[in-house]
Ligand binder design. Structure first.
Ligand code: SAT
Ligand code: MN
Length: 596
C-alpha cells in the first residue's frame, strides 16, 4: 500500500504528521524532495511531455499557464483562524478554527487520489542563521515543488539541519482536484469554488486548498514568512515584514542598507535591483519581498535577513531598459507563469520590447493581435521565478546568518496625486504613523478591482497574522532602537493632469535614495513641511522633471486626506494605539497653522 512506501524523514513528529496527512489525502505515491538539479529535471520532463509546461528557447527555462480563474492571490479566500475574532482585527478575515477544520477535512479527504504527494522540506533564511525557520510543505502540485526549488533553500540539507526533533512549520497544500483512474489531467488543476488558504496561528499551521497559484500555494512565502511569522515575531520581539532589502554604496565606498515596504506589484523587485542613473553609486540586492527584522542586543541596532532565496517577480514592464539586472537574471533557468510566447518559443509581455513582435501567442493560448485585442498579451500579474544568486548584483551578505544592519526604512504606495515624491518622517513615532497610513491603488497581484485607493498599512494588509492595532503597538515598541535608523515615505507614481507619470522611476529612483543616504550622513538639506522633511537640492541633473509638481502641497487636500486617515484609524477600534491619534492631531495642527 501507499503507506509502506512513505519515505521516512528520520524525524518522529514529522513522520507521524506525514502519515496522518497521507491517510487523509490518499495520494497514490509519496515523494520526498531532495532539492537536487536532477530532481528538478525529473519533475519538469513529464510536465513538458504532457503539455502542462513548455520548454523555452532560453536555457533551463519553462513556461506554464494557469486556469484563467486562478491568476493571483485570492484575499477573499484567505483566513486567519483564531479562537476569538477579536484577535484578527478588521483587516484580516477571521474564521472559527474548528468549523473550518471540519469543512476542510472533507475537502482534503481523498483530494490527492491519483496524484503524488511531495514532501518539501524548506528553510526560510540562510541554513546557518539562528533566525531561520524550517517549514515542511506537503503538496500535490509539481509546479509548487519546482517553484520551491527557485524560491527557497530546500531538500536534503534542510532535513539534515532539522535533525530528529527540531521544530518545523507544517503546511498542507492540495490543488483539490483528484485524478480518477485512467483520466487525463487538465492543464492547470485547481478548485476555485472551494479555494481556501487558512492559517492557524496557535498551531503555526497552514492549510491551503484549491489554488495552485503563487502566494496561495508556495506556503513558505506569504503564509509562513509573513502571516505565521508575524505572530511569532510579535511573541518574540522581532518583525516579519513585506519589505525589500537593498545595499547602497556611495561614490566614496560607504555602504548602507535600506528596507522598503511597498504593496504587491508596486516595483519592489525593480527597486531592489536598481541600476543607478547616477555615476559612482552602486545598489546590491539582499531581498525583493520579505524582511525579517531583529534587534541586536549588544548595541540596540536593527538587522534584517531575507528569508527567501529567489524572486517571484511581476513580469510586465520588466525590460532591458527598466530593469537591466532583472533582465539578465531571468535570461536562463527561470520559470514563467502566464506570459505570452513568441514564434521562436521565447517569452514576451507588455513593456518587454517597445512593440509587440509578430506571431505572439497570448497567455490564454490564442494568437495575439496588438491592434485588435483589448486585453494585454501577458496577464498583468504574470510572473517569473528565479534563484536570487542569478542576479548580477546579488549581495553575498544575503547569506550572513546575522543579516545586514538597516539604516533607513521606506514606505511607498501608488498614489497619482497629493503625496510627494519623498519625505523624511519628523520622528520615529511619525515614521510609524506614515507606515500605518500607507495607502495605494490596488494592482493585479490580488483578485479584485484594480486602481482603487485603499489603506495598506506597512504594505501588510493582506499579510497580517494578528490584529493590526496590536501590530502598530508592536512597531511603536521599536522606539528603544530608533536612533539607529530613519523613516521615509516615497511615491513614484504621481501623474500630471493628462495621466502621464511625473517621475521617471526605475534607475532614476537612485536620486531619492541618494538624498536619503546623504540625510543619514548629515550632508543633505531638507525643508520641513507639516508632514515631514522634503529634499532641498535633490539631484535631478539631466532630468526634465517638474519639481514643483513632484512636491505638491495644498492645505485643503491634506485636510481631506487626514479626514480619510482618521476614519481609517477609527475602523481599527479599541486596539488602535493612542500614540498614532496623537500624531494625527499634531499633523492637523501643523497643517492648520501653515497659511498656504
Ligand atoms: O502573493 S504572491 O507571492 O503570489 C504575489 C504578491 O502578492 O507579491
Ligand atoms: Mn509581495
Amino acid at each position: 500500500s501507499t503507506f509502506d512506501r512513505i519515505p521516512p524523514t528520520g524525524h518522529g513528529a514529522l513522520d507521524r504528521w506525514i502519515f496522518d496527512m497521507v491517510s487523509l489525502c490518499q495520494p497514490d505515491r509519496v515523494y520526498l524532495a531532495d532539492g537536487s538539479d536532477r530532481e528538478f529535471s525529473d519533475l519538469v520532463e513529464p510536465l513538458v511531455k504532457c503539455g502542462q509546461m513548455m520548454r523555452l528557447k532560453r536555457p533551463g527555462s519553462y513556461a506554464c499557464w494557469t486556469d484563467p480563474r486562478d491568476v493571483a492571490r485570492s484575499e477573499q479566500s484567505t483566513w486567519i483562524a483564531t479562537a476569538s475574532a477579536e484577535d484578527v482585527g478588521p483587516l484580516g478575515q477571521w474564521i472559527d478554527p474548528l468549523e473550518i477544520k471540519k469543512e476542510l477535512l472533507i475537502c482534503f479527504n481523498g483530494s490527492m487520489k491519483g496524484r503524488t504527494m511531495y514532501i518539501v522540506p524548506y528553510c526560510m533564511g540562510p541554513l546557518s542563521s539562528s533566525y531561520s525557520l524550517i517549514g515542511i510543505e506537503l503538496t500535490d502540485s509539481p509546479y509548487v515543488v519546482l517553484h520551491m526549488h527557485k524560491m527557497t533553500r530546500m531538500g536534503a540539507e534542510v532535513l539534515a539541519r532539522l535533525g530528529k526533533e527540531g521544530p518545523f512549520y507544517p503546511g498542507l497544500h492540495s490543488v483539490g482536484c483528484p485524478l480518477l483512474k485512467g483520466a487525463a489531467d487538465v492543464s492547470w488543476p485547481c478548485n476555485v469554488e472551494r479555494r481556501a488558504i487558512v492559517h492557524f496561528p496557535k498551531e503555526k499551521l497552514v492549510w491551503s486548498y484549491g489554488s495552485g497559484y503563487g502566494g496561495n500555494a508556495l506556503l513558505g512565502k506569504k503564509c509562513l514568512s509573513l502571516r505565521i511569522a508575524s505572530v511569532k515575531a510579535k511573541e518574540e520581539g522581532w518583525f516579519a515584514e513585506h519589505m525589500l532589502i537593498l545595499g547602497i554604496t556611495n561614490p566614496e565606498g560607504k555602504k548602507r542598507y535600506f528596507a522598503a515596504a511597498f504593496p504587491s506589484a508596486c516595483g519592489k523587485t525593480n527597486l531592489a535591483m536598481l541600476k543607478p542613473s547616477l555615476p559612482g553609486w552602486k545598489i546590491e540586492t539582499v531581498g525583493d519581498d520579505i524582511a525579517w527584522l531583529h534587534i541586536r542586543k549588544e548595541d540596540q541596532t536593527l538587522w534584517a535577513i531575507n528569508p527567501e532565496a529567489g524572486y517571484f517577480g511581476v513580469a510586465p514592464y520588466t525590460s532591458k531598459t527598466t530593469n537591466p539586472y532583472g533582465y539578465q537574471t531571468i535570461s536562463h533557468d527561470t520559470l514563467f507563469t502566464n506570459v505570452a510566447i513568441t514564434q521562436d518559443r521565447d517569452v514576451w509581455w507588455e513593456g518587454y520590447t517597445p512593440t509587440c513582435p509578430e506571431g505572439v501567442t497570448s497567455w490564454r493560448n490564442v494568437p495575439y493581435d496588438p491592434k485588435k485585442d483589448e486585453e494585454p498579451a501577458a496577464h498583468p500579474n504574470s510572473r517569473f521565478a528565479v534563484r536570487a544568486t542569478q542576479n548580477p548584483i546579488f549581495d553575498p551578505a544575503s547569506e550572513r546568518p546575522e543579516g545586514v544592519p538597516i539604516s533607513a526604512i521606506l514606505f511607498g504606495g501608488r498614489r497619482r496625486s497629493l503625496l510627494p515624491l519623498c519625505w523624511e518622517a519628523l520622528s520615529f513615532e511619525q515614521g510609524v504613523f506614515w507606515g500605518a497610513t500607507l495607502s495605494s491603488e490596488t494592482t493585479a497581484a490580488a483578485d479584485g478591482k484594480v486602481g482603487q485607493v485603499r489603506f495598506d498599512p506597512f504594505a501588510m494588509r493582506p499579510f497580517f497574522g494578528y490584529h493590526v492595532g496590536d501590530y502598530f503597538a508592536h512597531w511603536l515598541s521599536l522606539a528603544k532602537v530608533a536612533s539607529s535608523f530613519r523613516m521615509y515615505r516615497v511615491n513614484w507614481f504621481l501623474e500630471d493632469a493628462k495621466g502621464n507619470l511625473l517621475w521617471p522611476g526605475y534607475g532614476d529612483n537612485i536620486r531619492v535614495l541618494k538624498w536619503i543616504f546623504e540625510r543619514l550622513e548629515g550632508t543633505a538639506q531638507g525643508e520641513a513641511l507639516p508632514f515631514g522633511i522634503i529634499p532641498q537640492g535633490l539631484d535631478v541633473a539631466g532630468l526634465k522633471v517638474d519639481l514643483k509638481a513632484l512636491f505638491p502641497y495644498r492645505k485643503q487636500d491634506w485636510l481631506k486626506e487626514m479626514a480619510l486617515i482618521e476614519s481609517f484609524f477609527e475602523t481599527i477600534g479599541s486596539r488602535m494605539p493612542g500614540r498614532l491619534f496623537e500624531e494625527l492631531e499634531a499633523l492637523r495642527d501643523r497643517v492648520e497653522n501653515l497659511s498656504y
